[in-house]
Design a protein around this ligand. Structure first.
Ligand code: ADP
Ligand code: MG
Length: 273
């Protein structure tokens, strides 16, 4: 079943200095439970697209349906927001409370859920992100990676079907990035639909499907293998490729006979053996 349908979606930011077309006739569908990564250069429209999934922005033209509901119809707003969790880039700007468990509970309190239900869901969510021990901590005492896990716990507690991540690891160190990506994979395995914007190609390679954006359009849509093993095209578009793809390509140039479709470190070491 298709949980998201986007039809000819355009978004124009209007300002006194002129109009900016940020999305230019984008169409696609995402299946329930799918894990989609979005990559694209700065200003290609990724964040603008992300904000359409939960109706933070509405289309200037075209339509987006979430769980079958038109996001631009005001009576659907509640259901859309209930079904789409968002995790953004800056963990500090996402923290709203002075104590971890209050922060995780924040979204639920706004949904009007009973206090004992809230406590139960918060405990489970903190457990899910391995942050139970920090329940009574001040978020300001946590590392960037831990803060992002708290933000993710907040979304888990909301029990949304869809989670949209907009460069959640951009401000994290490698350890924090690994922690967040592990969480994302786990949420996908639990059946969530994941939309994951990143400029780390290794992270995008963990998805089932990759969109490449440029100039407000989706110019490529394929599996990570289809997208990233086309090294020439990726380089032409100004992207890196995952390390294993890069190394395989260099070895091929040195005369090694390696399959064209190598994507991961495991596949590379297997082929070299
Ligand atoms: P990305 O997330 O891929 O970097 P954005 O969706 O943030 O891209 O931006 C797409 C384009 O829209 C860029 O040219 C950006 O400058 C412009 N833009 C983004 N937000 C606004 C805004 N609030 N007002 C005007 N222009 C904007
Ligand atoms: Mg952005």
């Amino acid at each position: 079943m298709e949980i998201i349908q986007v039809k000819n979606l355009s978004h124009i930011y209007k300002s006194s200095s002129g109009d900016k077309v940020a999305l230019d006739g984008v169409s696609f569908s995402i299946a329930d439970g799918e894990f989609v990564a979005i990559i694209g250069t700065n200003g290609s429209g990724k964040s603008t697209l992300a904000k359409h999934f939960n109706a933070l922005l509405l289309p200037t033209d075209g339509k987006i349906f979430v769980d079958g509901l038109d996001t631009s119809d005001e009576k659907n707003l509640w259901h859309v927001r209930e079904n789409v969790g968002m995790v953004f880039q800056n963990p500090d700007s996402e923290i709203v409370a002075a104590i971890v468990e209050d922060d995780v509970a924040f979204g639920l309190e706004n949904l009007g859920i009973a206090p004992e239900k809230i406590r139960e869901r918060v405990d489970l969510a903190l457990d899910d992100v391995n942050m139970s021990d920090y329940k009574n901590f001040a978020p300001s005492k946590l590392s960037g990676g831990q803060k992002q896990r708290i933000a993710i716990a907040g979304v888990i507690a909301m029990q949304t079907k869809i989670i949209v991540f907009d460069e959640p690891t951009a401000m994290l160190d490698p350890q924090g990035r690994r922690e967040v990506l592990e969480m994302v994979k786990r949420l996908h395995a639990q059946g969530k639909t994941i939309i994951y914007i990143t400029h780390f190609m290794e992270e995008a390679a963990a998805a089932q499907r990759v969109f490449v954006m440029e100039g407000g359009r989706i110019i490529l849509d394929g599996t990570p293998r289809e997208i990233f093993t086309n090294v020439k095209e990726m380089k032409r578009l100004g992207f890196d490729v995952p390390v294993a793809v890069e190394i395989a390509e260099r070895l091929r140039r040195k005369g090694f006979k390696l399959p064209q479709k190598i994507l991961t470190a495991e596949e590379l070491s297997e082929a070299l053996r």
